[in-house]
Design a protein around this ligand. Structure first.
Ligand code: SF4
Ligand code: SF4
Ligand code: SF4
Length: 221
């Protein structure tokens, strides 16, 4: 029975994307890099208790040093970027360092999978753009005419790597789940910038038929 329960926990973590690597886990606002953070965090849980949105929870799983440290699954509950960031001052060890403003939060960077984002296929979505607390700063919309269609417009969300805090509200609200959620937070900002550049280099057509006929033809919505 215990084995079944343990297996269920591991399976849930794989689904939640928590079992890739300790470095992939998101940490609360004010945390430094993973090594620095784990060297200071004593897993007291005070930040978890202080978060009014229950965005933080104690990490479980296979990563010894990180077990019990605060983490987030932003698809379930993103960081709301509280003005006063109450999770930070309660930290007794400085593992969460004081930030001047909530705009200084750097939990990671949002990366959009352009092959699966429906806005790039020509559907009007904008959900991540509207959800972003830094609308028109961390996400802007690149407006252009749809391929082979001079009536309809594509509104592509573009992440500003200097402004995005990695709060994850865009991920929490994204309307697409199948075959995957097309937006994620990558904690390592250099890796995230590389992934964003790779995505932008892809040529993805917004013309009807370019996505196996999954989307409605121009003029039907
Ligand atoms: S800034 Fe607010 S929502 Fe985000 S982790 Fe801290 S307390 Fe929770
Ligand atoms: S993670 Fe998403 S919602 Fe948060 S600041 Fe960045 S683009 Fe905006
Ligand atoms: S909410 Fe999701 S599908 Fe919609 S524009 Fe943003 S990333 Fe694309």
């Amino acid at each position: 029975m215990a084995k079944v329960a343990a297996g269920a926990i591991v399976a849930a973590e794989v689904v939640a994307g928590l079992a890739d690597s300790s470095d992939d886990l998101l940490r609360p606002p004010g945390a430094g890099d993973e090594k620095d953070f784990l060297s200071k965090c004593i897993k007291c849980g005070r930040c978890i208790e202080a978060c009014p949105y229950q965005a933080l929870y104690a990490q479980t799983g296979a990563f010894g040093a990180g077990i019990g440290a605060p983490t987030l699954n932003v698809r379930n509950q993103a960081c709301r970027m509280c003005e006063d960031m109450p999770c930070i001052p309660v930290c007794p060890t400085g593992a969460l360092e004081k930030l001047e403003t909530r705009n200084d939060i750097r939990m990671g960077l949002a990366v959009i999978d352009r092959e699966h984002c429906i806005a790039i296929k020509g559907m009007r979505c904008e959900v991540c753009y509207r959800a972003c607390p830094l609308i028109d700063r961390a996400i802007t919309l690149d407006k252009r005419v749809r391929d082979n269609d001079y009536i309809h417009t594509v509104f592509e969300p573009i992440i500003d790597v200097d402004a995005c805090t990695g709060c994850g509200l865009c991920v929490e609200r994204c309307v697409v789940t199948d075959p995957c959620v097309p937006i994620k937070i990558v904690r390592d900002r250099e890796d995230a910038i590389r992934q964003i550049e790779e995505e932008q280099a892809k040529e993805i057509s917004s013309a009807y038929g370019a996505s196996e006929g999954k989307w409605a033809p121009a003029g039907s919505y």
